[in-house]
Every structure is written in C-alpha cells, then in structure tokens.
Design a protein. Structure first.
Length: 398
C-alpha cells in the first residue's frame, strides 16, 4: 500500500460546455472542412456519457476529418434546427420518448444515418432474467418489474429505429447484430486527457512514495449491483486476510457484505469507501497493491468493457480479472496482468503479496498497452473509421 498525497487541480466536470459554445464548435469544425457526428444523450454523467460522448468529442478535437459534439435530450429543439449541418446522428443508450420520432423523420429527410450507441446488454427483454439475476435485482417487487421492463423496452424501442450501431466490443456487437440484423462498428471505451494528466502526475508521485507494510487489495465495485461478482471470490479473499494479517481489502463504491465478512469490516481488515469522482478514483486505484475485477461469466458480463483494466494500468496498478471476453482480449496472463478462474484468486494474489511476481515489469507492459490502445492516435483512427463507415453508406445512397 502506498499513500499518495495528491490534490487534483482540474475540473471534475470538464464536459460542462454551454449550448452556444457547442454550436460554435460545430460551425468552426465545418469551416475547417470537418464532418459532424452529433451525439444525443439524456444528461451529463460520469459513466456512459463520459466514455461514449465526452471522450469521443475530446478525441476528435485532434481530427482533420471529423468532429463529434454532444447534446442532451432537453436540447432536442436545438438539435432539430441544426440537423442540416451534421453528417451522422447518434443516440447513446437513450430510452425512447415520443419527441424522438419527428427527429428521426427529419434526420432521414436530410439523408442522415441514425446510429444507436450502447455499452451494455440492456436492449433485449428476452435477456431481462439474465440481467436481473446477474445484477442481483429483487424481482419480488412490482416496482422493480416496472422499472426494468420499462428501461429495457424503451431502449429497445429507440435502438430498433437505428440504421446501425456503435458499441464497445465485438461480443456485444454480435449480440446487437443477431437481435436487429443491422451493422455495427466498434468504438472502445477510452481514457480522456484529464485522466491521463492526473494519472501521469500520480505515477510520478507513486515512484517517489514509500510503501508501508500493508498489502491492499482494491475492489472498485462502483454500484451495489456487483454483489454476485464479489460472492464469486470473497471466500478466497477472506482466506487471504486470515492467513496474512497485513493484507486488507478496500472496496470503493457500494457493497452489501455477506454476514461472514462483516466482522472483517468491524475490525478494519475490510474498508468501504464511498464513490468518488473519476479523477480522485485514479489516485485510489494507484494506492492499492492489486486491482481485482471478479465477474460472473455469462452473456451479460461478456458484453462489458475492460475499463477497469486500463484505468488501473495507467497508474501502474496490476489487475487480476475473471477471464471474460474483453479482459481476455486485453490481458495477456502473467504479461500485463492476470486472469483467474474461481479457485485461482487466492494463489494469484498470494504470489503478488509474497513478491514472487515481477510487478514492475507487468505494470510497465500494462501501462504501455493502455496508453497506446485506449487513447491517442490509434483511438482517434478507430473513431474516424467508424464515422466514415456509416457516412460512406449514406454517400453511396445519394
């Protein structure tokens, strides 16, 4: 465990840009000869909006061909007025509302392709039992039935009107293709410049910081919906805490611990930290000795992004993950991280604790991999190619 004294000097909401300025960004981009991809999202948040809209907008500021800009559902009247300026219209995980339909009609009158961008398996009511079981949602409540049927049904209703899809990985892309019989393109989740700057500064401090005697396992669960993931490995974690008194578990986010783990919370061996902003999170990830990503292996979790790997990699923290689709594709076992089936977590984390692993070599490889794949030129080229794919289909029809 390392304590890093770092205070973030940057805004934790850099995406708050006025409507006027976002329209100005469009006009300036057009003046430079760039095409416009307009994203519609419900409202600014630090999860899907940040990854799928803001990060793409920020990346395309460096593009010579495309500029992505985002607007909110509350700004649909403005979006309608500027449709003639844009080249691709993208709805990101939007629940359907009646106001979308005239916008779809007007967009198609301009010859625009409508794309639906989604980062989770949340568009198919046939998958609702899988989703609710994976997320441990209590279906003894009519309120939960009403919420989840409405949530998934309304997302489906928007998605089925699209001409194609953007999504985070080929596994989820194939699920979309099978459901809707329409093409998809991959825009992975990514790191933004604010994260990279903070992470770079934290890494410099981390190299100079003195490690204390504690070995801290970090579980950055976020929402309480990860209880089934935690249950997959928690016995192995408790065994580690029992065998090695200097090992602790830090959970960042919400978690309802099983009864036999609560005593570890009371004696300080398990610590639960409330949610923090996305930049402070980088510091907390940097401080722990290992970042764990347990995930139940099913169709729902295989659609997930590998963001917990690359956000740890850029602060030189090693990741141990379940071998679901995206993590298996991102992590080469014992090269830039570790992949563990149930029953393998104890020995893998034990080897890290005992120093049997060259952590520095692995974290350096993970850092290099994350920087080159989830930011910069490679990420921008991916975006441009995806926008080109649908814009060219539009051009072919005109």
């Amino acid at each position: 465990m390392i304590n890093i004294d770092y205070k973030n000097p940057q805004s934790i909401t850099p995406w708050i840009i006025s409507t006027y300025d976002r329209i100005k960004i469009i006009d300036e981009a057009i003046h430079k000869g760039k095409k416009i991809a307009l994203y519609v999202y419900d409202h600014a948040d630090t999860s899907t909006f940040r990854y799928r809209c803001y990060n793409v907008y920020q990346a395309t500021l460096e593009s010579a061909r495309w500029q992505a800009v985002y607007f909110y559902v509350s700004e649909l009247t403005i979006v309608k007025k500027i449709l003639y300026k844009i080249d691709v219209l993208i709805f990101t995980r939007n629940k359907w509302i009646i106001e979308f339909d005239p916008l779809f009609i007007k967009a198609r009158n301009y010859g625009l392709k409508i794309i639906f961008d989604v980062d989770d398996l949340v568009f198919d009511l046939d998958k609702l039992p899988l989703l609710t079981n994976t997320l441990s949602i209590d279906l003894n409540s009519n309120q939960h039935y009403d919420f989840w049927f409405s949530y998934i049904g309304r997302i489906y209703f928007t998605a089925k009107r699209a001409d194609g899809f953007f999504t985070t990985n080929p596994f989820l892309g194939e699920v979309l293709s099978k459901k809707f019989n329409k093409p998809y393109q991959i825009i992975i989740n990514s790191l933004n410049k604010e994260q990279l700057l903070v992470s770079h500064q934290i890494c410099d401090l981390k190299k100079k910081a003195k490690k204390n005697d504690e070995f801290v396992i970090g579980y950055f669960s976020g929402t309480p919906s990860h209880i089934n993931d935690f249950l997959l490995i928690y016995k192995e974690l408790l065994n580690l805490l029992d065998e090695y008194k200097s090992i602790k578990l830090k959970i960042v986010g919400f978690m309802q611990l099983p009864d036999d783990a609560k005593s570890y919370l009371h004696n300080g061996r398990i610590q639960i930290v409330p949610l923090v902003d996305f930049l402070e999170l980088q510091r907390l990830i940097a401080e722990v000795d290992v970042n764990i990503v347990p995930l139940v292996d099913n169709e729902f979790t295989n659609c997930k992004s590998e963001l917990k790997y690359f956000e740890a990699a850029v602060v030189n923290t090693i990741t141990v993950s379940s071998p679901i689709y995206t993590y298996t594709n991102a992590i080469e076992h014992n090269v830039n991280g570790f992949l563990c089936e149930q029953g393998q977590w104890f020995n893998t984390i034990k080897s890290l604790y005992l120093g049997s692993v060259d952590v520095q070599q692995i974290t350096e490889k993970a850092y290099t991999h994350a920087i080159s794949n989830y930011s910069g030129e490679k990420f921008l080229t991916m975006i441009e190619n995806c926008f080109d794919y649908f814009a060219k289909k539009q051009d072919d029809q005109t």
